[in-house]
Design a binder for this molecule. Structure first.
Ligand SMILES: *Cc1c(COP(=O)(O)O)cnc(C)c1O
Length: 350
């Protein structure tokens, strides 16, 4: 069935092993972040074979898909107060930044006679989640008073909203906060989590501050790239996931539409370049599944023309396709995310 994403699980194992081995040398454990492939258990299992120590996801629904796989489950997105019962039930650890939510988790954990572990997130400049450094003392003090919450770790998230690059300076600050917890509360933090795939580049350069013992890795494991500078990591694969889509129409047509030009399918006024008559292929895949700017054609003879919900047009004049042929693409992060989210896209594993 097409369209489909073909997943090479061995490439995921290899990618993960390379990252895990480099990190292990510096005593850094990795969490495999499964949200970009919607917690697909086969992909998750490949990461497990490659050496991750935890599964982490933004959504409980995805963590629930992984319950047969025997690794601790981390909820990455800050819990909603409305979901704290499920968080305590399905997640071993959650990331937090709101004392009201942590209080609600405490009550939910008490009702289940559990102790729920949290990682307190600190905002060190990227302006997504995290308490401000000035709130650190009062927040830790309040958490320490809760009987059913364990302050299991602290963490930072960078290069997400603000694009801030992880450095010895900002990650050094995180290590300093861990030291404060030790000195002031005589409390050892199991996890000091220094960010996502964008922090990886510091590890082989020997620049990850000592004391950071955990990284949360999503993109790098599946697409082979660190994400501070977008470099492919040596020996890793950027083609573990391939989209295959089928040509349903192939005709030579004008490059400029005929008639008065109004709006396209999404309310935008399109513009065109006149290249004369061109061979145009329509693929049976559309914006409902993936955006074309997130696709990299394996065949460099083809050029993108446009999409609507269920159709995607490519100029294939310089190539030699037939109706019914398959066109293949490597994926960017957004493509992987939306293709795994689309129920209309088949998943095949090899
Ligand atoms: C998505 C996410 C990650 C993983 O990010 P990548 O760039 O894919 O490695 C890590 N931490 C948090 C909090 C996230 O939401």
């Amino acid at each position: 069935m097409y369209p489909k994403v073909v997943v090479d699980l061995q490439k995921i194992v290899t990618n993960t092993r390379i990252v895990a081995d480099i990190c292990k040398e510096k005593s850094v454990d990795i969490m495999g972040v499964t949200k970009v492939f919607c917690g697909d258990p086969k992909v998750a299992e490949a990461e497990m074979k490659g050496g991750i120590k935890y599964f982490a996801d933004s959504r409980l629904e995805n963590l629930m898909k992984l319950k047969e796989l025997d690794l601790p489950k981390i909820l990455l997105r800050l819990p909603m107060i409305s979901q704290v019962d499920d968080v305590v039930h399905y997640a071993d650890i959650s990331l937090n930044s709101e004392i009201k939510t942590i209080e609600a988790l405490n009550i939910a954990a008490m009702a289940k006679k559990k102790v729920h572990k949290i990682i307190l997130m600190i905002d060190l400049g990227d302006l997504r989640e995290g308490i401000l450094p000035a709130q650190f003392d009062e927040t830790v003090e309040a958490i320490m008073k809760m009987d059913n919450i364990m302050l299991h770790g602290i963490g930072v998230n960078l290069t997400c909203y603000g694009g801030v690059i992880p450095s010895e300076k900002n990650l050094g600050q995180l290590v300093d906060f861990a030291k404060i917890v030790k000195e002031k509360y005589n409390h050892h933090l199991e996890i000091v989590s220094g960010g996502n795939s964008s922090s990886f580049y510091l590890v082989p350069q020997n620049r990850l501050p000592e004391g950071i013992n955990n990284l949360r890795m999503g993109e790098i494991l599946v697409l082979g790239r660190e994400t501070a500078y977008g470099e492919l990591v040596e020996g890793m694969y950027d083609d573990a996931f391939i989209l295959e889509a089928e040509i349903v129409e192939l005709k030579e047509k004008d490059s400029i539409p005929t008639g008065e030009i109004g709006m396209d399918a999404f309310g935008n006024k399109p513009t065109f370049v006149d290249k004369g008559r061109r061979m145009r292929a329509i693929l049976a895949v559309g914006v409902q599944d993936v955006k074309a700017d997130q696709l990299i054609p394996l065949d460099d003879r083809i050029d993108y023309l446009g999409s609507s919900s269920d159709h995607m047009m490519w100029d294939v004049t310089d190539a030699d396709y037939k109706v019914g042929d398959i066109v293949s693409f490597k994926l960017e992060y957004g493509a992987l995310l939306s293709l795994f989210t689309s129920e209309y896209v088949d998943k095949e594993y090899k």
